[in-house]
Design a binder for this molecule. Sequence first.
Ligand code: GRF
Length: 200
Amino acid sequence: MANLRLAVFASHEGTNLQALIDAQKEGRLLAEIVCVISNNSNSGALRRAKAANIPAYHISDKMFVSNDDYVKALIDILDKHNANLIILAGYMKMIPIEIIRKYKNHILNIHPALLPKYGGKGMFGLNVHKAVIEAGDKVSGATVHIVNEEYDKGRILNQVQVEVLPDDTPETLAARILPFEHKLYAETINKIAKKEIILE
Ligand code: GRF
């Protein structure tokens, strides 16, 4: 693949986006963040993108009369910025199937657990950490994987393990894992850039 041009999709706080912005600023990211898209007009992600002078777009399916118009709006942005890798960083909407097909094997997601465990529909945010604690697991972590047509089922590209402590709550476990996510995403993108991970 040519130089990596990242379109980051994020719905909420955007700390994973921020970690990528910081890595780029500090010359630690072998890729360029070319645009940020959020379905949430009030997201920290859009604020962070604007603060870093990265083109930032609020696009929600609710803004369009038809699904075709919605998909076209997304594709127009991706094409305008020549994005060749989509990075989901806490993006809470399903990516339209047309985009999953167009960007086959070139959409990544980060999940705050060790997939294939604790993935699938409904497994997001604190639900994931709650399930890990209830199962009594001693180790959790984070996973970067390829997005395909099924939630959290695409090929696993990279993982990091994080200890679960006996007195962990879903909140403390989430907070301990998050900084590991931040490192893992940049590391995985760099491995793709260096062809240590091949996406096709
Ligand atoms: C992260 O825990 C990520 O794994 C999950 O959503 C959270 C996003 O956090 N998919 P942030 O918006 O990047 O701070």
